[in-house]
Design a protein around this ligand. Structure first.
Ligand code: SF4
Length: 437
């Protein structure tokens, strides 16, 4: 059996060429995890293609094509699926967008996988081998992420990524931010991998510098503490994602640092209390953000701080207020996104009910385009304002001021800043339709 596993490109990679194509791309775990789950008895030839780094050959030789779909890549996936199916090659679709919009995805596939694929993907492949593949496979609610094979990182071209040492210890999130696909698609129960299995994976790969892709490493604090303790003897450096709550526990922050944590991505989202309340993040307060950054810096942890523009309380002044804050607070790597109502989320339902959705062209649902009518400004003002924030935060003067606090790995953080500076000077070129629907 020949299986081709494809990750079609999202719009972010549409215009990437040369060094920029590689500059910010780490190896995702989806394809390598799916490859590891293929039952040995099938004796399958497996091909992995990540369109973020290489082209997909529509004439490729396969008995079955599987694609992972995010909302922004859905139109591209459907187009590719149509081409393969017209050649008689059956196509399976899975991933976040399929889990959010199964009925839509089913129109473009011979079979779909809804939810996490750990059990259903091997089942689907056995059925396919026996000539009885069903049109839909749905994750069992009691799924546990234990005793699973390690991702097949050996099957991807290491030199094409900034790093292939990507790992995960958890999936899902306990929070319920209204724009986020995670609670809508997978609920609010975190799925925890046994710590010893995570550590064994890192050991067998020989990784010295690790990137955890977990959406919220702190989803279960006791699991996080056990993980961090187990990482200490490995003497690695690691980077990951967390909520700001990590900094409210000095002991946890110190333990994370001792275990090798050198950088965290934090979703600050907004400096406006009412906005945080509206999106379901009323448990944090912008008044604490400066302390969050200082606490992490004190422990040698760099901060990638993410902010979202386009909340209903955002006025024309929000862009520069936020951009200045990132500089004053010395956030190592600020990121600005446009509020995006992913289909199926409470935010989409709310804006749709208010007649404010401007397009259902999913390709524009990439946090870089305005796809809804903002409350206190026009769509163009929102796009231009977010661009202004990017440019201010990545002026050379701002970079120098922000990085004044960096004590660890200045070279790496400075390089990441230059990468983002390059990106933000080209946002307008990357955006379709001038950034609005
Ligand atoms: S904290 Fe992050 S991952 Fe969790 S629901 Fe909010 S945006 Fe999603």
């Amino acid at each position: 059996m020949r299986i081709a596993l494809l990750s079609p490109r999202g719009p972010l990679y549409r215009h990437r060429k040369g060094a920029w194509k590689k500059s910010l791309r780490y190896a995702p775990l989806t394809l390598t995890t799916l490859a590891a789950l293929v039952p040995e008895q099938l004796n399958a030839d497996i091909m992995l293609v990540d369109e973020g780094i290489e082209d997909i050959d529509c004439g490729l030789d396969a008995d079955l094509v599987g694609m992972t779909v995010i909302t922004g890549s859905a139109p591209r996936c459907y187009e590719l699926s149509g081409r393969f199916r017209s050649r008689g090659v059956p196509v399976v679709l899975g991933g976040p967008h399929v889990t959010l919009m199964p009925d839509e995805a089913a129109l473009h596939a011979d079979s779909i996988v809804v939810g996490y694929a750990e059990e259903s993907w091997p089942e689907l492949l056995r059925d396919f081998g026996n000539g009885c593949m069903k049109p839909r496979y749905v994750q069992r609610p009691g799924l546990e992420l234990r005793n699973l094979p390690f991702p097949r990182r050996d099957m991807i071209p290491a030199g094409r990524y900034v790093t292939t040492a990507t790992f995960e210890a958890t999936r899902g999130c306990i929070n319920d931010c209204d724009f986020c696909v995670v609670p809508t698609a997978w609920g609010r129960k975190p799925y925890l991998k046994p710590v010893e299995e995570v550590v064994a994976d890192i050991r067998q790969y020989g990784a010295r510098e690790v990137l955890f892709l977990d959406l919220n490493l702190m989803a279960d604090p006791s699991h996080a503490a056990a993980l961090f303790e187990s990482l200490v003897p490995l003497s690695i450096r690691w980077y990951g994602l967390s909520t700001t709550v990590i900094a409210s526990d000095e002991k946890m922050t110190a333990l994370a640092a001792r275990s090798g944590c050198r950088g965290l991505l934090l979703g600050f989202e907004s400096l406006v209390d009412e906005s945080l309340h509206d999106i379901g993040k009323g448990y944090v307060s912008p008044g604490e953000y400066l302390n969050v950054v200082r606490t992490l810096h004190r422990h040698g942890i760099a901060v990638q701080g993410c902010f979202v523009f386009g909340m209903d309380h955002d006025d024309a002044g929000v862009f520069m207020r936020t951009a200045r804050f990132t500089v004053d607070a010395r956030i190592d790597l600020p990121r600005f996104a446009i509020r995006t109502p992913f289909p199926g989320t409470p935010l989409f339902r709310q804006l749709s009910g208010e007649g404010r959705i401007l397009t259902e062209n999913w390709e524009l649902y990439d946090c870089q385009h305005v796809v809804f009518r903002p409350a206190l400004m026009s769509a163009e003002e929102l796009f231009d304002g977010h661009l202004k924030a990017w440019k201010y935060a990545y002026r050379y003067g701002s970079i120098i001021r922000r990085l004044g606090a960096v004590r660890y790995r200045l070279g790496l953080i400075a390089a990441a800043n230059l990468g983002y500076r390059f990106y933000c000077n080209r946002i307008r070129r990357f955006a379709s339709n001038g950034g609005t629907a």
